[in-house]
Design a protein around this ligand. Structure first.
Ligand SMILES: *[C@@H]1O[C@H](CO)[C@@H](O)[C@H](O)[C@H]1NC(C)=O
Ligand SMILES: *[C@@H]1O[C@H](CO)[C@@H](O)[C@H](O)[C@H]1NC(C)=O
Ligand SMILES: *[C@@H]1O[C@H](CO)[C@@H](O)[C@H](O)[C@H]1NC(C)=O
Ligand SMILES: *[C@@H]1O[C@H](CO)[C@@H](O)[C@H](O)[C@H]1NC(C)=O
Ligand SMILES: *[C@@H]1O[C@H](CO)[C@@H](O)[C@H](O)[C@H]1NC(C)=O
Length: 668
């Protein structure tokens, strides 16, 4: 029964993997690995089409073909409780039907009582540990096709395209994981075609068993090389076989996305041993590769997004991997426009900064000695591998709370505007997931496209090699004058309590760089290697390729089963003026609006048409004020752009104003 159901659901996949029997280990094969799996296709060079200045970040889809509406949480939303439904006389025969059984759902609605709130919803179950039903996968891709297919320039897709191993009676197999990945690939291709670059990266649940991955070449890397055949440029196929990472020039010669394999850095991966210098650990080799990539893109005057599944956080990475990531992020800050990750299912951002890297203790032993670094971090580090088999979902929310506390402390402990050196900071974005651990979410970013695609204007964008890298030449300072937005907020930065100097861990004497444990500390690395920064680079000031903001979409009414839920704007980072062209004259917004107007709630073009239609002035005014109200609601942050100075300002605002902090937590 199950296999036919599966076969049906996977009919979209171009091929199924039949030959290999599920094996519980990754078999490491030599380079001449047999091509057992069907090829989904070869890399297709995307067409160049006019840039829209937007891209999609989607993550953690976690499709689960076994999901059934009306099933119990105990079964991982896989089985209905026959006893409960038996009285209606439908339980037995129907219990194994697919989840789009409308009769059953209607019946469930009719006798909706308290019990039913504890059962799996038709479109997914918000705030639960259940995975994503196919109905929700469908809603998501249908909406993306309808609204975004022609409105974005590329797609960043940061992993986890298989269900969790929640159900003891239905363990995952490698083949199921590959099949689910193929299914999502075909949904992507069906939705977006091959005209725009799609850049997937591998998640800790895309492998079997989850979290653990050995250095390639292996059956696993071979398999994904096939599954992602259309996405991985042929130049990178050898690198990919080794490590499952690669780069794509999403705007040729201008902008690249690097897809990182974060599993070699993830401390739950017990098959690797971090990023020790001069070692042959796959994590270290990947860092070496990343260094070379960044250097090469920099030499070509390009900008780069770093993307991957597990965020670069000391709670999840081996210490020396975290340090090396931080060093690269800071040393190539004139080339990296931003850092996009998934995995957490919690919408937030955080900083990596020099002080924190200096304070990160480096332990060379393999097993969790870092965990005693701080109780906060220790607790946090249990988040990503939250045990789906454990009985309650409390763990998830507990972890979210810990994260809130940690972020608040980090933001609070940042040095004041006079002391903070912006060049010591980079920001990491972690996006909400499609899987409704909270509510399903995805993100549309916008970035500055001025002068791009216009040969005459080539010089309009930043050329890093023309900028001095002299470490003392430009120490940025926060521009306190434009700190506050004119009209809004009434936040008085001056009233905030003074910050502790020296950041979160106090000033300690810096260690001797000759000692191996200090080798990766910023004060040592920056001495050995060039550190490229400039106030003029796109991650620091608004120019071509600068990230301008994002819009967070979500499905707020997932558990109300009657109607098909609709994707809506949860919030944006923008000021309201830039969302509406009729308002944006004078704001410098000279490219397509961040969100197509039709997707703005309560938007009505006639409100802005001055066609002398005075008859319904009252209605118009009412409509207009309603629209204004909604606009205000979806623009809590009012960021001019997503440069580091503005992220630092936002973090100060967040801890300086209780309402804003409450909002931030709510949005997380
Ligand atoms: C999802 O969409 C696919 C194809 O678009 C369809 O075959 C399938 O029945 C749909 N599943 C659900 C649960 O809606
Ligand atoms: C998490 O933190 C709490 C209190 O801060 C502590 O009691 C608990 O032992 C910690 N959990 C782990 C796994 O360290
Ligand atoms: C993009 O950058 C240019 C400067 O190069 C600036 O004039 C323009 O206002 C920016 N566009 C947006 C939408 O911020
Ligand atoms: C913006 O405003 C200026 C002056 O008010 C006007 O000349 C120009 O046509 C406006 N541009 C647009 C696109 O509305
Ligand atoms: C005036 O507004 C009303 C109501 O919005 C609309 O029905 C009508 O067509 C408009 N007339 C013109 C000339 O735009």
């Amino acid at each position: 029964m199950r296999s036919t159901l599966l076969a049906g659901l996977f009919s979209l996949a171009i091929a199924t993997s039949s030959s290999a029997s599920p094996s519980s280990e990754q078999v490491v094969l030599g380079p001449s690995v047999q091509q057992s799996q069907a090829d989904i296709g070869r890399f297709i060079k995307p067409k160049r089409r006019p840039l829209k200045g937007r891209f999609l970040h989607i993550t953690d889809i976690h499709p689960d073909p076994h999901y059934k509406s009306g099933a119990t949480f105990d079964s991982g939303c896989h089985k209905r409780d026959k006893d409960k439904k038996g009285k209606k006389g439908k339980g037995k025969g129907k219990a194994t039907d697919a989840d789009d059984d409308d009769d059953d759902d209607m019946e469930m609605l009719k006798d909706k009582d308290k019990d039913d709130l504890d059962l799996a919803g038709k479109w997914g179950t918000a705030v639960s540990k259940c995975d994503t039903p196919m109905s929700l996968v469908n809603i998501t891709f249908d909406w993306l096709k309808e609204e975004w297919k022609d409105e974005i320039d590329f797609i960043i897709w940061t992993g986890d395209n298989a269900r969790h191993d929640i159900d003891r009676s239905l363990p995952r197999t490698p083949n199921e994981i590959y099949d689910l990945n193929r299914m999502v690939v075909s949904r992507m291709l069906d939705t977006f075609g091959t005209d725009i670059p799609i850049v997937p990266s591998i998640g800790n649940n895309d492998i079997y068993p989850h979290n653990v991955m050995a250095a390639g070449p292996s059956k696993l890397t071979e398999e994904f090389l096939h599954i992602w055949g259309k996405f991985i440029p042929p130049d990178y196929s050898h690198v990919f076989e080794r490590g499952a990472y690669y780069s794509v020039e999403v705007i040729p010669d201008t902008l690249a996305v690097i897809s990182l394999n974060t599993l070699f850095w993830y401390d739950s991966n017990t098959l690797v041993d971090g990023c020790g210098d001069h070692s042959n650990d796959p994590g270290a080799l990947e860092m070496d590769w990343l260094d070379v990539q960044l250097s090469a893109f920099r030499d070509r005057g390009m900008q780069v997004w770093l993307t991957g599944h597990v965020p670069p956080h000391m709670g999840y990475y081996y210490d020396n991997c975290y340090l090396r990531y931080g060093d690269l992020a800071l040393r190539y800050q004139d080339t990296i426009v931003g850092h996009l990750f998934g995995h957490m299912n919690i919408d937030h951002f955080f900083f990596i900064d020099v002080d924190e890297l200096e304070a990160t203790p480096v332990t060379r032993s393999k097993v969790g000695s870092k965990k005693n670094f701080s109780p906060l971090t220790a607790n946090l580090s249990s988040l990503p591998s939250f045990d789906p088999l454990s009985d309650s979902s409390i763990g998830i929310f507990g972890a979210g709370d810990v994260l809130k506390v940690e972020l608040r402390k980090d933001f609070q402990d940042m040095p004041g505007p006079k002391d903070l050196k912006l060049k010591d900071y980079i920001a990491v974005n972690v996006a909400a997931s499609v899987i409704p651990t909270y509510l399903p979410g995805l993100r549309i970013f916008s970035y500055n496209i001025s002068g791009l695609g216009d040969e005459k204007n080539e010089r309009a964008f930043y050329r890093p090699h023309q900028i001095s890298t002299d470490p003392i030449d430009d120490d940025e300072e926060e521009d306190e004058d434009d700190y506050e937005e004119e009209e809004n907020d009434n936040i008085d930065i001056e009233k905030k309590k003074p910050r502790r100097p020296g950041h979160r861990h106090g000033k300690k004497p810096k260690g001797d760089c000759k000692r191996p444990e200090n080798e990766d500390k910023p004060h040592c690395v920056f001495r050995r290697l060039p550190r490229y920064y400039s106030k003029e680079s796109p991650s620091r000031s608004n120019k071509a390729l600068t990230p301008l903001g994002y819009t967070q979409f979500y499905l707020p009414k997932l558990n109300k089963q009657k109607k098909k839920p609709e994707w809506e704007i949860e919030y944006t980072t923008y000021k309201k003026e830039v969302l509406v062209p009729s308002y944006s004259n004078g704001t410098g917004w000279d490219q397509p609006p961040p969100i197509p107007l039709g997707l703005l709630p309560e938007y009505d073009q006639t409100l802005f048409d001055n066609n002398g239609n005075g008859s319904d002035e009252e209605i118009t005014n009412k409509k207009k004020s309603k629209f204004e109200k909604v606009l205000k609601k979806i623009t809590p942050w009012k960021m001019p752009d997503l440069t580091i100075p503005n992220y630092v300002k936002l973090s100060r605002k967040l801890v300086g104003d209780k309402d804003m902090w409450d909002k931030f937590q709510e949005l997380m």
